[in-house]
Design a protein around this ligand. Structure first.
Ligand SMILES: NC(=O)c1ccc[n+]([C@@H]2O[C@H](COP(=O)([O-])OP(=O)(O)OC[C@H]3O[C@@H](n4cnc5c(N)ncnc54)[C@H](OP(=O)(O)O)[C@@H]3O)[C@@H](O)[C@H]2O)c1
Length: 341
């Protein structure tokens, strides 16, 4: 097998292509021939060695990918060679509430990820992916897709007619636009440029606010909702956006805490939360059950995740650089085999 790994440390200087013997599956495992992988913001945090002490080299990066089962262990009954599957981000979260050792079972750190030609995983840690998706589209599902799904489902699922504010146009945000729209919700999205605003409208966003042209986007959100505020905010920005997210939501509404692209330490004006009965709920990707439920919705609505750029397997470092540059609209993917679509 061929695989990319960080060895001796993190950073581009420690990311290299290696070769090893292809592993064999144990009795309850499957051997997957990987076809495509996708990058998430989190993978940059790993690249930069900032993902905490639990994530250490040697490490195969990336949690998101798709491949074909080529061999099953002797006790595997529910999967067969030829099945196209994606790994679950958490290898230990079947459904219901998260297990206490959740963080120990994340792919792409601390567990090896999927930027490799072959990967052995427990058969319970993978799901079949919808047939209408290309390999690169399906590769984006485990983290970006499931996170968007969890933010719109959970205890209080999004309902038709609800207004959802989504911050930014990253992988999670774009999938959230598609899923919220399919659920019959109205979407308002903030973004960084007029060009991205245009692309978001083409994707089906109902209202888009260019935050470069409208820095006080929270007031604009209020104006677009007749002064009331939105029902739900998908808070992907973190430190520098949480205050405005709170200003943007209606009394009794929900802030779904997902991301931290602008930093980790947020200051919150508590009366704005306490006097308006807001719910602040965090999302941590989601369970296998959530992944399966999302796949049904993607299938039903024939939704396609947005792929913005595709790199070859030998160009993995360029894919990381593209993510770092934030210039690609849509998910950044890697074709692991040349005939991946
Ligand atoms: N909790 C979880 O389970 C979970 C799961 C997945 C991701 N995340 C987190 O969610 C965040 C997004 O992840 P991703 O993989 O979707 O990221 P991504 O694809 O790298 O996209 C990041 C996006 O953030 C937007 N952005 C940059 N500065 C911003 C600002 N000041 N205000 C609002 N948006 C800004 C940009 O969109 P525009 O240029 O359009 O503004 C950019 O495209 C990250 O913090 C990631 O760690 C959390």
């Amino acid at each position: 097998m061929r695989y990319w790994a960080f060895t001796g440390g993190f950073g581009y200087e420690n990311l290299a292509l290696h070769e090893a013997e292809t592993p064999r599956p144990g009795p309850r495992d499957v051997l997957i021939e990987m076809r495509a992988a996708a990058l998430n913001f989190r993978d940059l945090v790993v690249l930069n060695g900032q993902h905490g002490r639990a994530v250490q080299p040697p490490l195969i990066p990336l949690s998101d990918g798709v491949g074909i089962v080529v061999e099953t262990g002797s006790e595997v009954r529910d999967l067969a060679p030829g099945d196209r599957v994606a790994p679950c981000f958490f290898q230990n979260w079947e459904g219901g509430g998260p297990p206490s050792d959740l963080e120990a079972a994340r792919l792409g750190g601390p567990l090896d990820g999927v930027l490799c030609s072959h990967r052995v995983l427990p058969s319970g840690g993978v799901v079949r992916v919808p047939a209408h998706l290309s390999d690169t589209e399906a590769a984006t599902l485990p983290c970006a897709g499931v996170t968007a799904w969890s933010a719109l489902s959970g205890n209080v699922p999004v309902r038709p007619g609800e207004t959802v504010l989504i911050l930014g146009s990253g992988g999670v945000a774009l999938m959230a636009v598609l899923l919220a729209r399919a659920a019959g919700a109205r979407t308002i999205v903030t973004t960084s440029s007029a060009e991205r605003a245009e692309r978001l409208r083409a994707l089906g966003a109902d209202e888009v606010i260019d935050r470069a042209a409208t820095p006080d986007w929270a007031s604009e959100v209020r104006a677009l909702t007749g002064g009331a505020g939105v029902d739900r905010v998908l808070e992907l920005g973190g430190a520098r956006t949480l205050g405005d997210a709170i200003r943007s939501v209606r009394t009794g509404g929900q802030i779904i805490l997902i991301g931290n692209v602008t930093g980790n330490k947020a200051e919150v004006f508590l009366p704005a939360v306490l006097t308006r009965q807001l719910t602040l709920r965090s999302v941590t990707v989601g369970s296998k059950e959530a992944f399966v439920a999302m796949n049904r919705a993607l299938d039903q609505h024939r939704l396609h995740p947005v792929v913005g750029a595709v790199f070859g397997f030998d160009e993995a470092a360029d894919a990381f650089r593209a993510l770092e540059g934030q210039s690609v609209f849509g998910n950044i993917c890697i074709r692991i085999v040349q005939d991946a679509d």
